[in-house]
Ligand binder design. Structure first.
Ligand code: NAD
Length: 356
């Protein structure tokens, strides 16, 4: 089998963490008799430096011809970067928004995982964390209130929150499909006691649920979901929700893990195409110093194997290897405490590779 992977390293620590991840993918390929063909494209600040725009046409073409996209991060130092520009279309972040739009990425998947070895990093009480937490937030990314009609007048302003049946159907299917690969429970989060759009959302999710009789479906209002995530996170497996509620809940779920360098994400379009990237930014303060935590990107590549490349066992093996390396006390500086063995980016990659 052979797959084409577009590689967009971007800025700051992007190249550090992506290079490390490619080492892991090469070993996965060798062990599975698979060929990964990598094609690099420019995005973000480096693309501005070399071509004048944050998302060159070449990059879009490389991505569209690929089976999946692996992305590092874009952007310069906050509040003082050579790429700061009053024209928003010429800033590094515009590259990211542009590629999401070009690829029609409508589903954002963000796992919030607390590994047993990193339990102390969670701001939650140990008795609530228990042996670890594993939640997947599936957020609709291209509809809802962020993309509805807008109006701003002298006396009032509004943003319209709108979802079509088809938009809800396709995000619900992503969530149920993901639940089938996990613990077979979906919590659909909305505000159906107040919002018409949420009542439609609930009706459509119920209809899709009939296609997945093995999956348990729970409906929850968003205000309650925000509380339950803190009070009893173990009740969740997959959370599916709209754009704005998902924006807020995915950050809340991420924070209960306590480690930005560990958070992976996937954005999916129709079919199997997906873009995989760490949640963290380009961290210019530590770029090129071999100290960045590569695990968020490595775990993003595991999601790529699971959701775009039909290699779920290889995805499991990466996640298990990460768990074992953490269990042995190896840490990059951002997640280290007294007594841990601190390793750099490259060394962390090598340790994980050893356990694949
Ligand atoms: P950031 O995530 O880059 O960094 C926040 C803090 O976390 C920094 O102290 C950084 O050193 C640390 N950190 C982040 N990732 C780490 C890792 N893998 N290992 C160890 N430490 C890590 O956020 P920021 O400082 O607000 O933003 C920096 C730049 O990144 C900005 O230009 C911002 O626009 C951009 N950004 C890009 C993305 C993206 O590409 N998806 C996301 C967020 C921010």
């Amino acid at each position: 089998m052979s797959y084409k992977i577009a590689v967009l390293k971007g800025d700051g620590i992007g190249p550090d963490v992506v290079d490390c991840t490619i080492g892991i993918l090469n070993k996965v390929a060798a062990e599975n008799g698979t060929v990964f063909e990598y094609n690099e494209g420019l995005i973000g600040g480096i693309a501005i430096d070399e071509t004048g725009v944050p998302l060159p046409v070449d990059t879009i073409e490389i991505c569209k011809k690929s089976d999946a996209v692996l992305l590092g991060a874009v952007g310069g130092a906050v509040g003082g970067s050579k790429w700061d520009n009053p024209d928003g279309n010429l800033r590094p972040e515009a590259g990211l928004l542009g590629i999401r739009k070009e690829l029609g990425l409508f589903a954002n998947l963000r796992p919030a995982v607390i590994y047993p070895a990193l339990k102390e990093a969670s701001p939650l009480k140990p008795e609530i964390v228990g042996d670890g937490i594993d939640i997947l937030v599936v957020r609709e990314l291209t509809g809802g209130i962020y993309f509805g009609e807008k109006f701003s007048g002298d006396d009032y302003a509004y943003d319209q929150m709108k979802y079509s049946v088809e938009e809800v159907r396709r995000i619900a299917r992503v969530a149920f499909d993901a639940a089938m690969k996990r613990n077979k429970k979906v919590t659909s989060v909305e505000k159906a006691n107040v919002l018409e759009v949420s009542r439609l959302w609930r009706k459509v999710v119920l209809e899709i649920a009939k296609e997945y009789p093995e999956v348990e479906l729970v409906h929850m209002y968003v205000d309650n979901a925000a509380m339950q995530l803190i009070k009893d996170p173990h009740q969740f497996d997959v959370i599916v929700t709209g754009n704005m509620f998902g924006d807020i809940l995915s950050d809340e779920a991420a924070m209960i893990t306590g480690s930005i360098g560990m958070l992976a994400s996937a954005s999916l379009s129709e079919g199997t195409m997906g873009l995989y990237e760490p949640v963290h930014g380009s961290a210019p303060d530590i770029a090129g110093k071999d100290i960045a935590n590569p695990i968020a990107t490595i775990l993003s590549s595991a999601m790529m194997l699971r959701y775009s490349l039909e290699m779920p066992e290889a995805a499991d093996s990466i996640e298990t290897a990460v768990n074992r390396v953490l269990g042995e006390g190896y840490r990059t500086a951002d997640i280290a405490k007294d007594g841990d063995s601190i390793v750099g980016t490259v060394k962390m990659g090598e340790k994980i590779m050893k356990y694949l």
